[in-house]
Design a protein around this ligand. Structure first.
Ligand SMILES: O=C(O)[C@]1(O)C=C(c2cccc(Sc3ccccc3)c2)[C@@H](O)[C@H](O)C1
Length: 145
């Protein structure tokens, strides 16, 4: 059975490529999603990409992932990383393996970015590797049994 992957991006990530290239690079979210879809397809898997600036919409997407038979999630929660117990609860509740990705190295930034509500329940967390972090996370998800 072909693997089904879901790539979730949180608030403000729709603006990637427009500002702060020194922090987030010049790639747009469309660039990231197109690359993710191609990477999954090359491995015989399917990839759906979803971005929202709204916590509840991301939670609904996580719930839908369970009913849709998603095998693994790659998520960049954006600012919700540091605030959202509800997002953590949704991921824990559906029990779908997920990898947390941050483009920037959150540990080199403001102190409030040093804590993630998700990392403790993630398969792993990748941060500071730019958009390559998405590729590494997807590669891991594809290999995971
Ligand atoms: O490094 C990340 O990917 C991160 O998840 C992404 C974040 C983030 C924050 C604001 C905007 C954006 S995306 C963006 C980049 C440049 C201009 C506008 C929006 C990402 C932060 O909230 C997180 O602390 C870290």
């Amino acid at each position: 059975m072909a693997k089904k992957l879901l790539l979730l991006n949180g608030p403000n990530l729709n603006l990637l490529g427009t500002r702060e290239p020194e922090v987030y690079g010049k790639a747009t979210l469309a660039d990231i999603c197109n690359a993710a879809i191609a990477q999954a397809a090359a491995a015989g898997a399917s990839m759906v990409c979803f971005q929202s600036n709204h916590e509840g919409a991301l939670i609904d997407a996580i719930h839908d992932a369970r009913t849709d038979g998603v095998d693994a999630i790659v998520i960049n929660p954006g600012g919700l990383t540091h605030t959202s117990v509800a997002l953590r609860d949704a991921l824990a509740g559906v029990a779908i393996p997920f990898v947390e990705v941050h483009i920037s190295n959150i540990y080199q930034r403001e102190a409030f970015r040093h804590h993630s509500f998700l990392s403790a329940i993630a398969q792993g967390t990748i941060c500071g590797l730019g958009i390559d972090g998405y590729r590494y996370a997807i590669d891991f998800a594809l290999k995971k049994r």
